[in-house]
Design a binder for this molecule. Structure first.
Ligand code: CMC
Length: 390
């Protein structure tokens, strides 16, 4: 090969992190540059016309529910919301614990909560499709109870019982705050849960599938999913995105400069901007614009103090696009939206779990129904062979 050949060859694709590699089949979700589809239905269509419970049924049971099926599904979920008292007591204690540097993160509390739930689930060790569907419904129903109990304990308030008159999204808000949400807050939460429900082989779902592929149990796979989602490069980005906007606001309030100056400094320091970029979407995340418009509606109804977060966010977005050609992902508008809804920042990623549990469980079931252990190869880069005694 000549020097000219080397120069003219295309840059080899960086496949670290399995970038650009298709590693299996799924009938649950299709993610592409142009579309995001859950079992045949496009995300904008679902966000505009479906409810979260309908989407949960679509993902878990496998089809759009009839009116009768939906009623039965919702009744079942509502009846499953109560969580074992002993488990809630542990959750309450952990939530009030202070670790060396900070409070225990609600994602860690939730991970422990799911682990505890496994010990009282009669189907825990049964990986049959029927048992897994029962477990998935229980997890879906009980996650808001655990999130809410943890948050109310953190706040030093008396936790409330789940409300059977409220749908999943409204009940989640009720459990977290002890206040009945307005119709519009419940609607925005519902839409955000639809947007977060499923996303093919993202890191947390892949982690859950790897665990399931060893024929391990659903609760264990979900704990793995939670651990993966917590990271700031994945679900944890919604919290980090809002923390960044608060940093920008503090920077402006302190008279240090404007958004443009903050961004210039961030670029100079090669900082990663949370809520931007995506492994698959290079021309924008289909979910981001949908959530931004719902969040903006809430902010505009509230007035200038809330709207300012969207003004700062829009400027950050414009600069990222103009100077880096990087688009926001769903976590960017999520941060602002949940913030103007008054939700504590550390609960943003647990809320993601309250939705993504549907996608994870659908994938765990799919993996178990046509299983082969996931065990890829590694390219060894260590030292050459040598003798232990020589
Ligand atoms: N801020 C600044 N630069 C970025 C960002 C960002 N958020 N995202 C990507 N880039 C740059 C990156 O540095 C790289 O530049 P260069 O080619 O000069 O090295 C280029 O864009 C390509 O990015 P990449 O690192 O190859 O992207 P990746 O596919 O490995 O990582 C990502 C994807 C989402 C982890 C990454 O974009 C990121 O860390 N974003 C911030 C965290 C975030 O918002 N995560 C949420 C992901 S989507 C929803 C979810 O899962 O919750």
């Amino acid at each position: 090969m000549t020097t000219t050949d080397v120069k003219s060859s295309p840059k080899p694709q960086d496949t670290r992190g399995l970038a650009g590699q298709t590693i299996g089949d799924t009938s649950i979700c299709q993610v592409s540059q142009t579309e995001l589809i859950y079992r045949g239905y496009e995300i904008a269509d679902l966000a505009a016309n479906a409810t979260f419970e309908e989407v949960a049924h679509l993902l878990l049971v496998g089809h759009k529910p009839s009116a009768e099926e939906l009623k039965q599904f919702k009744d079942e979920l509502t009846s499953m919301r109560a969580v074992d008292r002993g488990i809630l007591e542990v959750i309450g204690k952990i939530a009030q614990c202070e670790t060396g540097s900070d409070d225990v993160h609600p994602m860690s509390i939730l991970r422990t909560g799911i682990s505890l739930l496994s010990h009282v689930d009669p189907d825990c060790e049964d990986n049959s499709p029927e048992a897994e569907l029962r477990k998935a419904k229980r997890l879906l129903a009980q996650i808001p109870t655990i999130i809410g109990f943890g948050q109310m304990s953190r706040d030093g308030k008396t936790p409330v019982e789940p409300d059977p008159n409220l749908d999943h999204a409204a009940n989640l808000l009720w459990c977290m705050t002890g206040k009945k949400p307005s119709e519009s807050a419940a609607k925005v939460m519902d839409v955000s849960l639809i947007l977060y429900a499923e996303h093919d082989f993202n890191a947390s779902t892949f982690a859950a599938r790897v665990i399931a592929s060893t024929e391990s149990d659903m609760h264990g796979a979900v704990c793995g999913g939670i651990a993966a989602l917590k990271g700031p490069l994945h679900g944890g980005a919604n919290e980090k995105a809002m923390e960044m906007l608060k940093d920008i606001d503090a920077y402006i309030q302190a008279g240090s400069g404007d958004v443009d100056k903050f961004m210039k400094e961030a670029f100079a320091e090669k900082r990663k901007l949370m809520g931007f970029g995506h492994r698959v979407y290079k021309n924008g995340d289909h979910r981001a614009g949908i959530l931004r418009s719902w969040g903006l509606k809430v902010a505009e109804e509230q007035g200038a103090d809330s709207k300012k977060w969207f003004d700062i966010g829009d400027r950050v977005q414009q600069i990222m696009l103009d100077q880096k050609n990087i688009h926001p992902n769903v976590d960017f508008p999520c941060g602002m939206t949940y913030y103007v809804m008054g939700i504590p920042v550390p609960q943003y990623t647990p809320i993601f779990v309250a939705s993504r549990i549907t996608g994870w469980c659908a994938h765990i079931m799919e993996q178990h129904q046509d299983n082969r252990i996931i065990r890829p190869l590694a390219n060894y880069t260590g030292p050459e062979l040598k003798k232990w005694n020589g």
